[in-house]
Design a protein. Sequence first.
Length: 272
Amino acid sequence: MKYSVFVCEDPKIKLDLYHLVKLAITIQEDIIHEKISFDGVYTDPNKLLDHIEQEAVNYGIYFLTTSIFAGKMGLELAKKIKLIDASAQLILVTDDISKVYLAFENNVELLDCISSKQPIYKIQERLNDAVLSAVKRQDLEGKRKQTIFYYRNGQCAYAENLDNIVCITTTTKPHRLCLETLTGTHEINGSLQQFATAYPMLWRISQSCLVNDNNICLIDLKSHKVLFSNGEFEYYSKRAIKVIREILRRRVAKKSSFRGSCRYVTNCFLWK
């Protein structure tokens, strides 16, 4: 899983946080570096909030330079980020470190709070450690939540057992997807790529569809159709033939752990 890194800088604080964070990412070992995606630097907090809400970002890592009470920056921004991305790791670089206790009084959990008034090399050291700690925390959080699927519909956040997910498909609306579950259909925020990254156990069978192979009951190789246990179906693309073969390979190899058995019937693989 890759974790998106964001920087939001307060122009009033003369600190080039963008380049300091970029350096902190660059010097990490490959195993850490490959898990990080630098997704933008902002000076307007509203644009940051709009972006992470539209993309339904999960497990983000956020570096904020601000005074504790800096209008829409500071604790107010941190709280809004947490409402959108509940698993966010927040690192605050502030010019009034003595007021950090206010974060706890306002129920804002910070990974670290760094004084902007100390020497640059000390700030860099703290940022290096913060990047490493944030990735490790997100790894642990991801493992804890790996059986739960989190999504947003408008301003509301929901959780669904991953076993109940059938498929996710695109819609004609930007940043809106259709979520099929065993119990119904929901319109949710986000992009397929975002969910494919957050939930690698879901398989991309076309440019417009992610599927949970545990809820596939039939694959028709002739018509390129995938039938699900709730009666719905989707078509897989020719480019996804390797994905389909891998799904079949895993199903056959582990058939005893799935519901029933797998058998081949005239161009179709059928699960009972």
